[in-house]
Structure formats: C-alpha cells, structure tokens
Design a protein around this ligand. Structure first.
Ligand SMILES: [Zn+2]
Ligand SMILES: [Zn+2]
Length: 317
C-alpha cells in the first residue's frame, strides 16, 4: 500500500510502499478513504512532541471502510489500559499508558490502517467521507473544550482553524454568544469568524466589546493565555485546547484573581466521541474542507503551518 511516512521529525514525509498491516486481536483492518490533517500532526512532524514512534504513518482522523462494509472513524485515542485509576473513573483520556493514533500507532496517511475496534466509532450517516474526517479530532476536541467551558454564555474563540469552525456551530446551536479573536491584521480569519456566527471578531491582543464567561484557545501561542484572561469576566475560564503551546509569559496575579481559571484539555474519551457524533448531525455541523491527495500530505501540512487552510485540511485516499 502507499503511505506517507515520517522517518525523522523536521524532515518531510516520504511517499513509500508498505505492506498492508495485519489486524491483531480486537483490531479491524480498514481501507482508508479520508484522513484529516490536524495541527497535532504538524507538532509531531516538526518535532514539538517528545516521543513519536519512528518510522511513523501520521494521521488520527481516519475514515475507513472495514472488510464487512461498515464505515468507521478512528480518533487520536487509540488504546487505553482499562485498569488504572483514570481509566476506571471515566478519565481514560488521562491514562498514562494510553496509545495514540498517528503517534504511538500508525495512522491514516495511508491506503490501509488497523485500529482497535473498541476505540473506533461508526460514522454518522449522511456525512460524506471527506466532511466526516474533521469531526474525529477537530470536532471531538472542540466539543470537549466547549464542555470544559461549562455553561458560559459569552465565549471567546482564539484561533480560527478546524476545531473552532466546528465548535462555533455547536455553540451557536446551544444558544451561546460567540466572539472571535484572530491574529491582528488577519482579515481573512476575521471574516471567517463572522461567517461562522461570531457577533464580533477582532484582534486577539486586546479584550473584546464585552467581558467573556469563557475563552477557548486553539492557537498554540502561549501569549494568548494572559490576553484571554484579560478578556474574562470574574469567575471565567480559559480553556487551552491544544496538545502543545509555546511558553506562557508571566502575568500579574490580578488577572487570575476573582476565581478565574486556566485549564487544559487533553485528548478525548470514547464517551466524548459517542456524544459528539450523535450531536453533530442534529446541529447539523457542516465542515468546510480543503482536499489534498495522499501524496500531497506535505503540502497540506505546509498550508496548515502557514495558517492558510480555511476550515480543515483532509487527505483523499
Ligand atoms: Zn489506563
Ligand atoms: Zn488532532
């Protein structure tokens, strides 16, 4: 099968011919039809995450067809131990022995993939393959981040990539008010934020027109954390949704005072997946995708790195 393979972080992926993987016990062999390109893939390829399996087939937003014809989605959470304190208390996303798709396990930048069936989700009917792929990470992580924002009415979104474009639709469906914070001068992102239902969009280095009850930071830029705290009302929360972020600059305690909270969101649980994939068709979430053939995975990652992708990048396989 053809696959795009990472041999060394910092190097481009290489198009290679690999044997079709053999499913082990509990695993299912999938013919991959689409795979989303996530910012996490970029962190892996650029060497910002510490311990990828090498060589590695990246990709953790896999839409594949099993041998019995079922269409399955494979997310980032590929396996958990099932027995640790986190696993048995509904926090399998925090399992210290968890294995992640496209990081510890080969992912979906390939014509075939194997996945643990217990960690795969049926793709909701009515979603074309390419539009379904971004639901599996951008959608799931966005959904978990929105849950961490509690019942916040006024939500600020920082960074308008794939996750924000999905979470905006869910948040509007729930009747929340959205404010978009984009890189100063990024007029395309500002317009995109408004199209997605933000009632206001403007530069991320200053507070918006109203205080926020929650801010969700998708952009991997640590300086956004104190900026978001400055934009919060008392008791508000800043949710950091990414797996990697540049250092957060020091800030006066006053910004955190009055029970403001800064927290991260890590990975997903299978329950998040089931809830979100049931909710997505009811919203209905529509994903905007830029499509690339498998062999142009490096081009897709490059466009993502430069912030040029509108919506989500997806490989058609
Ligand atoms: Zn565990
Ligand atoms: Zn992801």
């Amino acid at each position: 099968m053809r696959a795009m393979v990472l041999h060394q972080p910092g190097e481009p992926l290489r198009l290679e011919e690999l044997p079709v993987p053999e499913p082990g016990p509990g695993q299912v062999l999938l013919r991959v039809v689409a795979c989303g390109v996530c910012r996490t893939d970029l962190h892996v390829v650029d060497g910002e995450l510490p311990r990828p399996k090498l060589p590695l087939v990246p990709g953790h937003q896999i839409v594949g067809v099993a041998e019995d014809g079922r269409r399955l989605g494979v997310p980032w959470l590929g396996w958990t131990c099932g027995t640790c304190r986190d696993c048995v208390s509904g926090r399998e996303n925090l399992c210290a022995r968890a294995r992640f798709t496209g990081y510890d396990l080969d992912g979906g930048y390939a014509e075939h993939a194997v996945a643990d069936e217990r960690f795969s989700f049926p793709i909701p009917e009515g979603y074309p393959d390419l539009q379904a792929a971004p639901l599996l990470c951008a959608g799931l992580i966005g959904y978990r981040s929105l849950r961490m924002a509690g019942d916040a009415e006024r939500i600020g979104l920082y960074g308008f990539g794939a996750a924000a474009h999905i979470v905006a639709q869910v948040a509007r469906h729930e009747g929340r008010r959205l404010f978009g914070f984009v890189r100063p001068g990024d007029e395309a992102a500002r317009r995109f934020a408004l199209e997605l239902g933000c009632e206001w969009a403007g530069p991320s280095d200053a507070p918006g027109p109203e205080e926020l009850d929650a801010a969700i930071v998708f952009a991997p830029a640590g300086e956004l954390v104190p900026a978001a705290l400055r934009a919060l009302a008392r008791g508000g929360v800043v949710v950091c949704a990414g797996i990697h972020m540049s250092d957060i600059p020091s800030f006066p305690y006053e910004l955190l005072w009055h029970e403001r909270v800064v927290r991260s969101v890590a990975n997903l649980t299978r329950r998040d997946g089931e809830e979100f994939l049931a909710l997505a068709p009811r919203v209905p979430v529509r994903t905007e995708v830029e499509v690339f053939p498998l062999e142009q995975a490096n081009e897709a990652l490059g466009r993502l790195r430069r912030g040029e992708v509108r919506g989500a990048a997806v490989l058609r396989i």
